[in-house]
Write a protein that binds this ligand. Structure first.
Ligand SMILES: Nc1nc2c(c(=O)[nH]1)N[C@H]1C(S)=C(S)[C@@H](COP(=O)(O)O)O[C@H]1N2
Ligand SMILES: [Mo]
Length: 424
């Protein structure tokens, strides 16, 4: 659109000149007024206004406008050796509200994406149950189902930032999180159908993908709020997200949300699988490792402005926006600082406030055009406050990758560009 800037309008009618003059008068004296007076986007009838557009069914499955083609998941090539065992990131800096569009949910696979025909998919329950069972997708869809909105965060989200600021973009530092509405059957109902033995204390979901992902989950959680989900945001799960079936483990680390779910074993103790021993444990400074660190603690990040979303409008009104979430429930408050944590203002949370879901916050400021160090810190319904990165490092040392929920700083420069820095 900027290629039309400055080109003189042709064939201006008296009427359109008059109108343009009036428009200029309305914002007299400003640079914007001069532009509006001769702006062909105002004075000329545009093609999209003149010609008929595509009819219905030109796009049987809708996709975003071509002008939004930059809003995509992105990866960091040097992070992993292969794309099949890798991750890409949600473009948080381009999104608003609390729901992540299905095509933009970050992907984390350990053995690539399984392509499964739902007619060929089975879910088995075995182990310490009265009756081992195998369900087809059709069987599962005959159980009462529920709709619930939850965030999913990989425990490694922000892991590259433990020792200092590294990746220059909110998409890369914080984009291993998404939030959708799941439709599924409570895991409790499936376990009750099989009948769990009195000594049953743990369940182990297993994936049908090449990595056959397995994790141990305590029975209390399995019977509490876990779902066996087949829909996200109203439509079938995407293959990337585990089509046709995934486990939803609200508030707990993403690794436990087994995709392409094909089996649930019931046992009396944890299985000590790879993903809960050599991976997804946190090596402390003492040499000991924390393990079974399931809950994702309260965290927040400013999504805009941020390095990939610089300020292009100059001084004056500016919307600072971000997301906050807690694996322990609702977010009750988000504070924003524009001076690197010296002073804080309480941000406005807008949209639904659901437990274990993303919350959207805004701070509307009048920017004086000077450098800013912007930060956000979230508080959840238990009174837990998101820590600074120094507080985190004091507690857990510097070996960690997982569970970095430290406060993020963006350095907004006078020219509007934004950089990832650390003020702790
Ligand atoms: N079967 C299976 N389930 C899996 C994985 C996998 O590789 N295979 N990756 C796990 C990890 S580490 C995360 S963070 C989440 C990512 O879910 P997403 O791809 O929907 O974002 O899925 C989890 N479930
Ligand atoms: Mo993960």
């Amino acid at each position: 659109m900027s290629d039309t800037k400055g080109s003189p309008p042709q064939n201006l009618s008296r009427r359109s000149l008059l109108k343009a003059g009036l428009a200029a008068g309305a914002v007299a004296g400003s640079a914007g007024a001069a532009k509006a007076a001769g702006d062909p986007l105002i004075t000329e009838v545009q093609d999209w206004n003149r010609y008929l557009g595509d009819g219905v069914q030109a796009r049987p499955y809708g996709t975003p406008s071509e002008f939004e083609s930059h809003v995509v998941r992105r990866d960091v090539e040097w992070l992993t050796a292969s794309t099949e065992s890798s991750v890409n990131f949600t473009p948080l800096h381009e999104l608003d509200g609390i729901i992540t569009p299905n095509g933009l949910c970050f992907e984390r696979h350990h053995g690539g994406i399984s392509e499964i025909n739902p007619a060929d998919h089975r879910l088995m329950i075995n182990g310490l149950v009265d009756t081992p069972l195998v369900f087809t997708m059709e069987d599962l869809k005959r159980f009462p189902r529920e709709n619930r909105v939850y965030f999913l965060e990989c425990a490694a989200n922000s892991g590259m930032e433990w020792r200092g600021s590294q990746l220059n973009g909110c998409q890369y530092t914080h984009g291993m999180v998404h939030c959708v509405m799941y439709t599924g059957v409570p895991l409790k109902l499936i376990l009750e159908e099989a009948g769990i033995k009195t000594n049953a204390k743990w369940v182990m979901p297993e994936g049908a993908d090449a990595s056959a992902m397995t994790r141990s989950i305590p029975m209390e959680k399995a019977l509490d709020d876990c779902l066996i989900a087949f829909k996200m945001n109203g439509e079938a799960l995407r293959p990337e997200q585990g089509y046709p079936l995934r486990l939803v483990v609200p508030g707990w680390e993403g690794n436990m949300w087994v995709k392409w779910l094909r089996r649930i074993e019931v046992g009396d103790e944890p299985w000590h699988q790879r993903e809960e021993t050599s991976k997804y444990t946190d090596l402390l400074a003492s040499g000991k490792a924390r393990r079974f660190t399931w809950v994702m603690d309260a965290k927040s990040v400013i999504t805009s402005p941020s390095p990939q979303a610089p300020v292009t409008h100059g001084k004056g009104p500016m919307v600072i926006s971000g997301v906050a979430w807690s694996g322990n429930g609702r977010i009750t408050r988000v504070d924003v600082s524009i001076d690197g944590g010296r002073n804080w203002k309480t941000a406005r949370i807008d949209g639904p406030s659901l437990p274990k879901a993303l919350h959207r916050f805004y701070l509307d400021i009048d920017w004086d055009g000077s450098d800013l160090l912007i930060q956000s810190r979230a508080m959840d319904e238990n009174g837990y406050f998101q820590p600074t990165k120094n507080e985190l490092r004091a507690a857990r040392g510097e070996n960690s990758i997982y569970h970095n929920n430290g406060i993020q700083t963006w350095y907004v420069k006078a020219d509007g560009t934004v950089e990832n820095v650390e003020v702790s």
